[in-house]
Design a protein around this ligand. Structure first.
Ligand SMILES: [Zn+2]
Length: 302
């Protein structure tokens, strides 16, 4: 996929669409069932898409207003929104890659066909590669989904305009949608950024959120990431326990491990643990930044 970075954007979007379409058809056990977390103030539904992507429907329970994160399969999202009887009017884009933003145009088109649905606000980083944007967001910009407060976290590295969305309520419930920046036990590739930028995103921003913040990431990569984490830190008991849980879940075809939490990621995610002597020793580096760089290179070859 790295080759796509040097192709013109339009062409690379088409090739990516083809790649994901072919790989999702070839996947035998694609999980299609949704999984819902119901809190007092908000309901988050994880909707599997393509081969291993997640789309998320976020509903404010008090108002039934809803937003969707990265709706690459818009009609599937609309189906779930209908089932839940919520009012979907906001689209949150984490980054421009086709498997995240590739459904923007189509969802906008559906809203143009159904004027009775009202307007669709489309949020995302300031990037012309993202279709349909009505709100170009920057660091610490805020908006609401009903009564839920959303704060935008600018996290460039995987792409230059990557944004994570931190959602919290009066009732102190919180979730963060991390796209391809933070995964369960892993992080995204540094396609358009530096180790310093990933360090700032993971340690400077995401790790400072409350430990009980639910982490909803863009892909199901838990098993591969935990295998790598276990190789890096064979004595980390939290990683070992989570790897065993993940293997069991994988065998059952459930893959129900997302959401993680910020607290859990600090214990098991080696990219968030670049200060630890155990992690630095694995790559033979002495500073967190050099460790971040060497760890990503090691994971790319793992
Ligand atoms: Zn991506």
């Amino acid at each position: 996929m790295a080759l796509l970075n040097i192709l013109p954007h339009r062409l690379s979007q088409r090739l990516t669409a083809l790649y994901f379409t072919v790989s999702s058809f070839s996947l035998q056990r694609r999980p299609r069932t949704t999984q819902t977390t119901t809190m007092a103030s908000m309901t988050v539904t994880k909707i599997p898409a393509l081969k291993d992507n997640f789309m998320y429907l976020v509903v404010c329970n008090a108002t039934r207003q809803a937003a969707v994160v990265d709706p690459v399969e818009p009609d599937r999202v609309l189906e779930v929104a209908r089932e839940q009887g919520c009012k979907l009017n906001q689209l949150l884009t984490t980054h421009h890659h086709w498997d995240h933003a590739g459904g923007n145009e189509q969802l906008c088109e559906r809203f143009r066909q159904h004027t009775e649905w009202g307007t669709l606000s489309v949020y995302g980083g300031d990037d012309d590669r993202i279709a349909g944007l009505t709100h170009r967001v920057r660091q610490d910009d805020t908006f609401t989904i009903g009564q839920l407060r959303v704060r935008c976290l600018s996290t460039p590295c995987h792409t230059t305009s990557h944004v994570c969305y931190y959602v919290e309520s009066e009732q102190q419930e919180r979730a963060v949608f991390t796209g391809d920046t933070l995964f369960l036990a892993g992080c995204g590739r540094f396609f358009e950024g530096t180790p310093q930028q990933m360090y700032d995103a993971l340690l400077g921003q995401l790790a400072t959120l409350p430990d009980d913040t639910l982490v909803y990431c863009g892909h199901e990569y838990a098993l591969q990431n935990l295998r790598f984490g276990h190789t890096v830190e064979p004595d980390n008991e939290d990683t070992r326990a989570m790897l065993e849980r993940t293997q069991a879940a994988d065998l059952e075809g459930r893959r129900a491990l997302v959401p993680s939490t910020i607290g859990q990621e600090k214990r098991i995610n080696v990219f968030m643990r670049v200060h630890q002597p155990s992690v630095q020793a694995f790559v033979g580096r002495q500073t967190p930044l050099e460790t971040m760089q060497a760890l990503r290179a090691a994971k790319d070859k793992f």
